[in-house]
Design a protein around this ligand. Structure first.
Ligand code: KIV
Ligand code: ZN
Length: 541
């Protein structure tokens, strides 16, 4: 274990925050992020002060491998980890992606429940124990810091689970995770499981117990907190609680519960809570998964008071109706500071304040965009600038297509027509005209024809980034191509331009995913030595 990471032996009250937004979180339907977006989120997670970033599942695709590798190379501070099944190829791929980081961790997993072993892994318990020992030892021969997860731990026969954990620790795991993979457990039951593992696994003091809860019955956060109270010291969670199905335990809720109820839990984290709001907004914007208004801690209503009695109480003494201060999660008022007359220096300072220092060409490009925005909008606030920065992130690197120019004609008596000029990553200029039911449809059709991807827009929404008539509009689209869903996002004062950006963003994501398995003639559910797609879920492979 790394010396500067708290373990129970060093500080018994310290909880290790393991963020899996980029791995389990990204498995939420339509949440696919491109590599630049993942790197940007990882940098923000480092600013937030999480201890571990699970950057992806390196073997699952070339894109995931590259994202883990870029994060390992560019993000320092937190431990960076990649998921791997108990398979040599997975572990080698994870290590290849992680090895340039000063604090790498390989996260190895297999299931411990009979239902998973029988139907997914097609393995006996004995075989599972052998794989665990061999593969944890192999991972440990490459990397000092190994986490082992017993998938579906909460539906496993407890004596067997304890045996598996013991084997993993004996083979070199320094963190052992007890996932509630299907969101089935309850707080009391999960507490008992942690206590049982603590009392029955003879070598448990050599490892940190980690918990990982899904939210199928809405108990992910309660289950996680109860497990921490019982003695677990690492908690796995995601920003805004995004993840497979009903999602994972929400990081912001766990951290704020531990902080606000320090008197009850007596535990602490290293998270800079004032970064929570910004991180939440970044994740929701880039994944296209909105945050419900009444969501604890980060919802837009989380600190609003509507009823007269509440407002009266708040005016007299804030604590009458508020247990947390909005500013403690960075949700204080945004200041309207920049505008048409603001210079490069002020803009640069603002970027630094927002945690996105830029220099050179990047600064020039963003400053140019900022000035263009100032021509359309009287005042530009923090949210506008964040939106602008996220626009830049989306088009950084070499996207397959960039918008060079477009023109749309529309009206109530003519057929909406769009002409689009795109530039490909190798500099080729492509032009296409198309008609549609409306101007947005026409422009999307022209883009689609140029890219040769016959897709389908399943959801379309426009939200104002800030208040006011000249607000920046943010368009989010869920686009489906060959059964896969991605989210595209674009912002601008002109909704047609923002829609074009959003659609192009989605198309570029499909291209970045590479040829689909079906196109290669391969069977995506093909069997390997573990059964169909190494069992588990489609998203894991
Ligand atoms: O939910 C789960 O069991 C997981 C493991 C792979 C850790 O995500
Ligand atoms: Zn999970």
């Amino acid at each position: 274990m790394n010396p500067d990471v708290a373990t129970p032996a060093i500080d018994p009250r310290r909880v290790i925050i393991f963020d899996t937004t980029l791995r389990d979180g990204e498995q939420a339907p339509g949440a696919t992020l491109n590599i630049e977006e993942k790197v940007e989120i990882a940098k923000q997670l480092a600013r937030l002060g999480v201890d571990v970033i699970e950057a992806g599942f390196a073997i699952s695709s070339q894109g995931d491998f590259e994202a883990v590798q870029r994060i390992a190379r560019e993000v320092q501070g937190p431990i960076i980890t990649s998921l791997a099944r108990v398979r040599k190829q997975d572990i080698d791929r994870a290590w290849e992606a992680l090895k340039d980081n000063p604090r790498p961790r390989i996260h190895v997993f297999i299931s411990s429940s009979d239902i998973h072993l029988k139907h997914l892994f097609r393995m006996s318990r004995e075989e599972a124990l052998i794989q665990t020992r061999e593969m944890v030892s192999y991972a440990r021969s490459l990397c000092q810091d190994i986490e082992f997860s017993a998938q579906d731990a909460t539906r496993s026969e407890v004596d067997f689970l304890c045996q598996m954990i013991e084997v993993a620790i004996d083979a070199g795991a320094s963190t052992v995770n007890l996932p509630d993979t299907v969101g089935y457990t309850t707080p009391d039951e999960y507490e008992r499981l942690v206590l049982t593992v603590l009392s029955k696994v003879p070598n448990i003091r050599k490892a940190v117990i980690s918990v990982h809860c899904h939210n199928d019955l809405g108990m992910a956060v309660s289950n996680s907190l109860t497990a921490l109270k019982a003695g677990a010291r690492q908690v796995e969670c995601t920003i805004n609680g995004i993840g497979e199905r009903a999602g994972n335990a929400a990081l912001e809720e766990i951290v704020m519960a531990l902080q606000t109820r320090q008197d009850f839990f007596g535990l602490n984290t290293r998270v800079d809570t004032t970064q929570i709001h910004r991180t939440s907004r970044m994740v929701s914007t880039l994944t296209g998964i909105p945050v419900q208004p009444n969501k604890a801690v980060v919802g837009s209503n989380a600190f609003s008071h509507e009823s007269g009695i509440h407002q009266d109480g708040m005016l007299k003494e804030r604590r009458t109706y508020e247990i947390m201060d909005a500013s403690s999660v960075g949700a204080g008022e945004t200041n309207l500071v920049l505008g048409k007359h603001s210079g490069r220096h002020a803009f640069r300072k603002k970027l630094e304040e927002l945690g996105h220092p830029l220099d050179g060409e990047e600064l020039n490009r963003t400053f140019f965009e900022f000035k263009q925005l100032c021509d359309k909008k009287k005042t530009v606030n923090d949210d506008d600038i964040m939106s602008l920065l996220l626009d830049q992130v989306q088009t950084e690197g070499t996207p397959a297509y960039r918008m060079e120019q477009f023109q749309v004609t529309t009206g109530d008596k003519i057929v909406p027509t769009a002409t689009v000029k795109l530039v490909t990553s190798d500099g080729t200029v492509l032009t296409q005209a198309a008609t549609g039911d409306g101007p947005v449809d026409a422009i999307c059709k022209a883009i689609e024809q140029l890219a040769g991807l016959e897709s389908h827009i399943a959801e379309f929404s426009v939200n104002a980034v800030t208040a006011g008539e000249d607000a920046l509009g943010e368009v989010t689209m869920k686009v489906i191509y060959k059964g896969r869903t991605v989210t595209g996002r674009g912002a601008g004062t002109d909704i047609i331009a923002a829609s074009a950006k959003a659609f192009l963003h989605a198309i570029n994501k499909f291209v970045e995913m590479g040829p689909f398995e079906e196109e290669n003639g391969a069977d995506p559910y093909k069997r390997d030595e573990f059964g169909p797609l190494a069992g588990i879920s489609r998203a894991y492979m």
